[in-house]
Design a protein around this ligand. Structure first.
Ligand SMILES: Cc1ncc(COP(=O)(O)O)c(C=O)c1O
Length: 404
């Protein structure tokens, strides 16, 4: 694609999701907005993982109704919400979960920390596949656990970077004090949706070594190209018995500021221990988060289908753009998330690529190095935004590279 042909591509491709208008630019530049207020106003922020789209209309309506009441007292998750979540898990992943197997949380980073608090003893080790979302390092460390970091393997094929699991390295990293595997599925930042076969290989090693699995599936609804998501715990009953799954509507419906998520824990003893180890450490989920989740899980399937189409098209446009205009920057093909993973290791950029694009292109990406081993030389590019914004960021990056 040539850089001047954006308009026609965007209009043509936007038609399936036209009723939801993901092309609309919303001005988020106000104090306190993490994504837009952390850099000077001439910088396009393509970093932190929230989207620049409005949440679906039923969610906004539910929130407006809740706000109109004007009383913000304590609120508990009522049965209708629990049932809506169970119905969602069954409808979307063919995963049968009982209402009492759900534990509500005020967020998933809190959930990761609570998992470590409940199941990790000081001196135990947690195994993680890197590069990975950085709270996977801090949550075990906060609880006196050590980390075994297993790097994902990259296989480069022309302009494409494929991500592969190194089972042997994973098995080798597990020692007598390894009590926990914290998995990211789909995987932030590389965008890999783990296959049933890969999940099975990971689970087998964990079960054989009595390692508990914490599967953070916050990205589960944002698979691209209509691919289904396979929850780790849905693989087999024996896996479910050793698995704590963390989920939320926050990435899916763009609600991360509302403080809501949940854990699915099917093993009763583990669930009791998880709940007991909270004991007031974490607050209740936010009342507005509860209202939003209820609407999201019952009235927004069509919005989500349109979003998935829009994100899949954004990903394709981004990859085509890179291939045609910045071939020295390689990339993975994300199968889920709205995160591009750009390989700048051989792009001829002097110094840190994050700094280069911030200084020379005025585009803020996420520095791959912050995601741990295997992240150096990479950049995470958030394409959960109107296509015109994404293309402007890419145009600026291209110009900066051409001038260097
Ligand atoms: C894998 C993963 N877990 C958790 C979170 C954040 O969850 P929360 O905002 O609910 O703490 C993110 C945000 O990007 C994420 O990518």
């Amino acid at each position: 694609m040539n850089p001047t042909s954006h308009a026609s591509f965007s209009a043509q491709d936007a038609s399936p999701s036209a009723t939801f208008d993901f092309d609309q630019i919303i001005d988020r530049r106000r104090p306190g907005c993490v994504k837009w207020a952390s850099y000077p106003s001439d910088v396009i922020p393509m970093w932190v993982a929230d989207m620049d789209f409005r949440s679906p209309e039923p969610v906004r309506r539910a929130l407006a109704e809740r706000v109109a009441e004007g009383v913000f007292g304590y609120e508990f998750p009522h049965d209708a919400l629990t049932q809506a979540i169970c119905a969602w898990l069954e409808r979307r992943y063919c995963w049968r979960v009982q209402p009492n197997e759900i534990v509500f949380l005020p967020g998933l980073v809190s959930g990761l920390n609570l998992v470590c608090r409940a199941f990790g003893r000081v001196g135990d080790s947690a195994v993680v596949l890197t590069p990975v979302y950085f709270p996977f390092f801090s949550a075990p460390a906060n609880h006196g656990m050590t980390l075994a970091k297993v790097e994902l393997r990259y296989r480069v094929e022309g302009q494409r970077v494929h991500v592969e699991l190194d089972d042997e390295a994973f098995a080798r990293a597990i020692g007598p004090r390894t009590s926990l595997f914290i998995h990211c599925h789909p995987h932030n930042p590389v965008g890999h949706a783990w296959t049933r076969d890969e999940l099975r290989r990971l689970a087998e090693i964990c079960l054989a070594n009595d390692v508990l699995i914490c599967s953070d599936e916050i990205w589960s609804d944002l698979t691209l190209d209509g691919a289904p998501h396979v929850p780790m715990a849905s693989l087999a009953p024996e896996v479910a018995q050793r698995c704590i799954t963390l989920m939320a509507p926050s990435k899916t419906f763009n609600l991360p500021g509302l403080g809501f998520g949940f854990a699915v824990i099917q093993n009763e003893k583990l669930r009791q221990r998880f709940v007991a180890s909270n004991n007031g450490v974490l607050p209740h989920p936010n009342a507005l988060g509860l209202a939003a989740a209820q609407a999201a899980y019952t009235q927004c399937d069509d919005w989500l289908a349109a979003l998935q189409r829009y994100l899949s098209a954004n990903r394709d446009v981004m990859l085509d753009y890179l291939a045609e205009n910045m071939p020295e920057v390689r990339a993975t093909v994300p199968q889920a998330t709205y995160l591009g993973w750009l390989d700048c290791r051989e792009a001829g950029i002097a110094g840190n690529p994050y700094k280069f694009f911030l200084d020379r292109a005025r585009v803020a990406l996420s520095d791959g190095a912050t995601f741990g081993p295997g992240g150096e030389g990479f950049l995470r590019f958030n394409f959960g935004c109107p296509r015109a914004q994404m293309l402007e960021a890419l145009d600026r990056m291209r110009a900066a590279l051409r001038q260097s």
